[in-house]
Each structure stands twice: as structure tokens, then as C-alpha cells.
Design a protein around this ligand. Structure first.
Ligand SMILES: [Zn+2]
Ligand SMILES: [Zn+2]
Length: 341
């Protein structure tokens, strides 16, 4: 075969050789500029499919595929590029477009200026408008959240929301520290439900939801759901009175485990079945259990020397960690609370 244009021998495409074909058929028609909106808040780029947070280096090939069309008969055009930053919003791109026609692979070089147009994505716009659908409340039963719980809950919630931001557009428009707990204003009710479950799993506690009819949108009823996570009144190591027994809390998750301090018997409960349980003021420390003057064993306080009768069964004299209440002492299954330096 030979080329009808230049007479060269070899494979021909629509009657002409590869180099004559290239002169007649560019792979693409490069635009002068490539304009793309980018969210000034979160850095998301606006693609044909919507907003997405990707690095610039990954955004550029996608933008080239979307905005630089292959010219027939070429198809399956791929791009490689080198970007030179001119300023924060302008990049000078040197691009190689490679297209295929039959068994011919043809490469075309071109330049294009990528112009980033600062904008606001849908998610950031809603967030800035303090939009919210529901409220996630985190409280503790009969007490304020401890500072560690406040920090832990915040960190957990914010990291989960960050993860769901791109796919689901999840966000929190406001966080309030209120009534000894936390309120999160969440972008969707589903998000509130999901976060409540995660907080309850991580910190113990029960979840309740109360939907309120908020209005109508396109004939559909809109509910604003307040989801409440209630953390237990007590923490591991607390001494609580359960019915008539004095018990210590061994664990909170997945069940609350109480240990009867007199008998040593352990039992598990669901957090919601232990509502209203009372804490007993108690100290926990290591001491030398010894026989008392009036029979039975006593536990002396290491600082004051005051003694309490030891009511736990099967105890022998010797060193032990005890729970020390106003009237009595018990042997504990937990380690002593380290004294503060
Ligand atoms: Zn030719
Ligand atoms: Zn954004």
C-alpha cells in the first residue's frame, strides 16, 4: 500500500499514510482555557458529575477528559500533562493527547491555561447558611459529661462527618456545649441517627429519637429529629447501689458489668436497665487488711488510720485493694486509683 498524498509506502488510513493522516486529522481541538469552579472553603472541584474533593493532580486529567473532546475518527483519547503554576488560580498546562484510530496511535501536544474560579460548593453553602435537619444531643445521666468525654465525643463525631462529607454531603453546621453536654446540628436526620449509634457504642449509653413535624417540602412532610445519646450516670470504678447491694462498675461496654462487693458475684446489664442508679461516695486504695479488736477484719485508711469493717466474704488478712465507703470496706477487683502526684 502507498499513500495517495505523498506516495510513501506502508500502512495507510483512509488512503493516506500515518503522517499525512496526522496533518489532516488532529486528535483534539484544544480550548484556549480550561475553566473550573473550585470551592474556596473545602477545595472541591466542580466536575460534570458534581462537586468532588480531589487533589489538583487528579482533577486535571478528569477535567481534560470532560472538556477536551476527541475529534472523529479518533477515540479513546488519553491525556498526560505537566502543570506550571502561574498563581494560585492559574496553571499553564502542557498536555499530550493520545488518540487511536484503527491501529494508529497518534499524539498531539498542546497548551492550555487552567483557570480556577473560586466558588462555593453546595455542601459549604448549606453549612454556611447554618442549614440543619436534625440535632444530635449527647448527655450523661444525672451528671455533666467529663472533659474527657466532651473531647472524645467531639473528636469521634467530627472525624465521622469528615469521612462522609464527599459522598453524602454530610456536615455539622453548629456545635454547642449546653446543659453539661453537647449539641450537634447535623445536615441530615440519617446522619444524626448514625452518629448517635456510634457515640453510644464508643462511650456506652442509650439512644432515643424524637421526630417533630417541621413543615412540608414538595408535598412531603419534613421531620426534624432530635437524637439523644444518654451516657450512663457512672463510669468504670464507680461504686453504685443496685437494689440493696453495693456494687462496683467493672465495665460499661457492650454491657454494664456490676460486681457485688460483698459476694464478688458479677452480673451484666443493659445500660437502659440501670437508669436512676445511685453512686456511693467511696475511695479505692491498697491497704493492709488485718483482724480488728472486736473480731472480724478491718481495713485501715493509709492516711488517717481510721478503720472500716471489711464486709466482703472469704477475705484473709494481707495487702489488698479496697473500696472504702463512709461505713464499711470491701475488697475490690479493680486496681487502686493512682494517687495524684
Ligand atoms: Zn503520506
Ligand atoms: Zn466546599
Amino acid at each position: 500500500m502507498f499513500c495517495v498524498e505523498c506516495g510513501a509506502e506502508g500502512p495507510v488510513y483512509q488512503g493516506v499514510c500515518g503522517s499525512c493522516f496526522a496533518k489532516k486529522h488532529p486528535v483534539v481541538e484544544p480550548p484556549a482555557n480550561l475553566d473550573v469552579p473550585r470551592c474556596a472553603q473545602c477545595g472541591a472541584f466542580h466536575f460534570r458529575s458534581g462537586w468532588s474533593r480531589v487533589e489538583l493532580d487528579l482533577a486535571i486529567p478528569q477535567l481534560l477528559r470532560e472538556k477536551v473532546r476527541a475529534l472523529p475518527p479518533f477515540e479513546h483519547v488519553t491525556f498526560t500533562h505537566v502543570a506550571r503554576e502561574e498563581d494560585a488560580n492559574n496553571f499553564f498546562l502542557t498536555v499530550k493527547a493520545s488518540g487511536r484510530f484503527e491501529d494508529l496511535r497518534q499524539v498531539q501536544d498542546f497548551h492550555v491555561r487552567l483557570r480556577i474560579k473560586p466558588s462555593v460548593c453546595d455542601t459549604c453553602a448549606k453549612q454556611a447558611g447554618r442549614y440543619y435537619e436534625g440535632i444530635l444531643q449527647v448527655r450523661a445521666e444525672d451528671r455533666d459529661l467529663t472533659p474527657a468525654e466532651m473531647r472524645g465525643v467531639r473528636t469521634l463525631v467530627l472525624s465521622r462527618v469528615e469521612r462522609g462529607r464527599d459522598e453524602a454531603g454530610d456536615f455539622i453546621s453548629r456545635t454547642e456545649e449546653i446543659h453539661g453536654g453537647l449539641d450537634f446540628y447535623v445536615s441530615t436526620n440519617a446522619l444524626g441517627t448514625r452518629l448517635a449509634k456510634e457515640v453510644a457504642e464508643a462511650f456506652g449509653g442509650s439512644v432515643t429519637a424524637s421526630p417533630k413535624l417541621f413543615g412540608q417540602r414538595q408535598g412531603k412532610e419534613i421531620y426534624r429529629v432530635t437524637t439523644l445519646v444518654r451516657l450512663p450516670a457512672f463510669q468504670v470504678g464507680d461504686v453504685v447501689r443496685h437494689k440493696s447491694e453495693v456494687t462496683e462498675v467493672l465495665s460499661l461496654r457492650p454491657f454494664v458489668e456490676l460486681r457485688n462487693l460483698a459476694t464478688g458475684e458479677r452480673r451484666r446489664y443493659k445500660a437502659k436497665d440501670l437508669r436512676g442508679l445511685r453512686r456511693v461516695d467511696a475511695e479505692r486504695f491498697e491497704t493492709e487488711i488485718r483482724p480488728g479488736v472486736s473480731g472480724g477484719l478491718v481495713a485501715p485508711h493509709p492516711d488517717s488510720g481510721a478503720e472500716r469493717p471489711v464486709l466482703s466474704r472469704g477475705v484473709r488478712p494481707g495487702r489488698a485493694v479496697v473500696v472504702w465507703t463512709a461505713d464499711e470496706a470491701y475488697v475490690s477487683a479493680l486496681p487502686a486509683i493512682p494517687s495524684k502526684p
